[in-house]
Design a protein around this ligand. Structure first.
Ligand code: BG6
Length: 511
């Protein structure tokens, strides 16, 4: 692991929710673990009327609210917050940039940073171009000498289609080199997503099975029980496909499907993922009609409480056609995955918050134990649980003790919670630490972002142009439109309906 050098982090959107809920608590956690350099500075920018002291008080609440570490150590937290500053700033005003430059330089001197700046754009995407243009105009994008660096972290959404992603990449490449640009996808920072790489490439026994000879299909589900909260404006222009599939779920699919890289470095890993994106079979209009199901939640009673429909949510037009659920069947056309469907599904207001990858292995070619009438051929499933109850479950058939050959499905499971010596860090911790250290292995590369939009664009355009493609309503608190099941050619197949607990099934399913 590379150790970060001294740096100044400048956060555009410093008074926003992401900063207080995720960024600062994550950086504090790094500080607590002594993973930051001896000197650093954080300069939050925003329109809110904070000064350094009131900003620190505000952030302290954010750190405490997260509560994912042991009892906060007041002194440690105070020491950390001494390196945090606030500057009132309106990112829409070009005239505010000279003042910002001065404040950056003052903070740099005060904190003994010497030229390493990281800019974090935690702002709505329409500000990415104006902010970076102004950074260049005021010469903040270029380090004074070759021993220093300037980097920029860009939040999602990265474009709203292929063209806008290309435009943004072109704009950024006119200002920064690719190594300076960190396109964040917080799913890549999740410990359990990184573990898919370790699981596949640190073990010898799975790789020989990891292909079309043994795998029947792959299922990737990211279910959320929450609605859109107060993000109506953004969400209605995005929808589930852009919000979750284009980035998080395609990234997971790429990690599941990629070839083993020759080395574990940013180029090798990202090259292999890129090849997966390039191998996705393009969906025609016709494919979209048959292989993509979209839905929108409607009013329903969920565990005794009325839950409004999507169209009744704040800032959502009464006739909105935005999907809050999407299920896609797609194929990766290469030697390894030829003919293996990938079923990808995500939605808001589903029964549980669960993200998992299920590798469904092919059944045995011959049903040896059919002499017992209700013995089914067991389908082996490997479940890589991303959240919650993080872990891995392998389902297989076993003989029930006693007379005859009654086969029962049982599971072998590993839960991260059993690792007493470590807790699962917040995704942003890992990603920020990597960015401070200049490692962008877990960040999305320009070409891969464009390639992933190439998979999504045809679906969007089919939805826009084909009035026959339905938007199905589904009651809040259910698993989405029942039509999602029609994506399976075989009527005996279905999605897995997971519980909050990894091993939970009919007998105990907490949602
Ligand atoms: C974000 C999406 O990127 O990911 C949200 O914009 C979604 O709509 C969130 O709720 C899910 O992230 P997580 O880490 O809670 O699974």
């Amino acid at each position: 692991m590379r150790t970060p050098e001294r740096f100044l982090l400048v956060i555009f959107g410093g008074s926003g929710d992401l900063t207080s809920r995720k960024l600062i608590p994550s950086i504090y956690s790094l500080f607590r673990q002594n993973l930051l350099p001896d000197q650093f500075g954080i300069l939050g920018l925003g329109r809110k009327d904070f000064n350094d002291d009131s900003y620190r008080r505000h952030l302290r609440n954010g750190i405490k609210a997260v509560g994912y570490r042991r009892q906060e150590d007041e002194e440690k937290c105070n020491n950390f917050l001494k390196s945090v500053f606030y500057h009132r700033f309106d990112m829409g005003k070009d005239d505010d940039y000279p003042g910002l430059k001065k404040r950056i330089e003052e903070t740099e001197k005060r904190q003994h940073i010497d030229g390493n700046y990281m800019f974090y754009l935690a702002v709505p995407s329409e500000y990415y171009i104006p902010i970076t243009t102004n950074l260049a105009r005021h010469n903040l994008h270029k380090a004074p000498d070759k021993d220093n660096w300037r980097r920029v972290i860009i939040e999602k959404p990265f474009g709203s289609d292929l063209q806008t992603a290309k435009d943004l990449n072109r704009h950024l490449s006119g200002i920064f080199n690719e190594e300076q640009v960190f396109r964040i996808d917080h799913y890549l920072g999740k410990e359990t997503v990184q573990n898919i790489l370790a699981f596949r490439f640190a073990n010898g026994i799975f790789e020989p099975l990891w292909n079309q000879n043994y795998i029947h299909h792959i299922e990737i589900t990211a279910a959320e029980n929450s609605g859109i909260e107060d993000r109506g404006g953004y969400y209605d222009s995005a929808g589930a496909l852009r919000d979750m599939v284009q980035n998080h779920l395609l990234q997971i699919a790429a990690i599941v499907a990629m070839e083993p890289p020759a080395l574990f470095n940013e180029k090798a890993v990202r090259d292999e993922k890129m090849k997966v994106f390039q191998s996705f079979r393009p969906l025609t209009n016709e494919d979209t009609r048959n292989s993509v199901i979209r839905g929108q939640y409607i009013e329903s009673r969920v565990r005794g409480k009325m839950v409004k429909s999507y169209r009744q949510e704040k800032s959502i037009p009464a006739d909105s056609m935005t999907e809050t659920f999407v299920a896609v069947k797609c194929y990766i056309d290469n030697w390894r995955w030829n003919g293996v469907p990938f079923f990808v599904r995500t939605g808001k207001r589903l029964p549980a918050r669960v993200t998992e990858v299920i590798v469904h292995f092919k059944k045995t070619p011959h049903h040896l134990f059919k002499m017992i009438a209700d013995n089914l051929i067991i389908e082996n499933q490997l479940i890589l649980r991303i959240q919650p109850d993080e872990g891995i479950l392998l389902n297989f058939g076993m003989k029930m003790p006693g007379a005859g050959f009654k086969i029962k499905k049982v599971g072998m499971d590993f839960h991260y919670s059993d690792l007493a010596e470590s807790t699962i860090p917040e995704a942003y911790e890992r990603l920020l630490l990597d960015a401070f250290a200049g490692d962008n292995t877990l960040y999305a590369r320009a070409d891969a972002v464009e390639e992933s939009w190439k998979i999504i664009d045809p679906i969007i355009s089919a939805w826009e142009n084909d009035p026959e493609i339905k938007l199905y309503g589904y009651p809040a608190g259910t698993w989405g439109p029942k039509e999602a099941r029609n994506l399976f050619d075989d009527p005996s197949m279905d999605w897995r309906y997971p519980c909050k607990n990894l091993t939970g099934e009919e007998t105990y399913c907490e949602l």
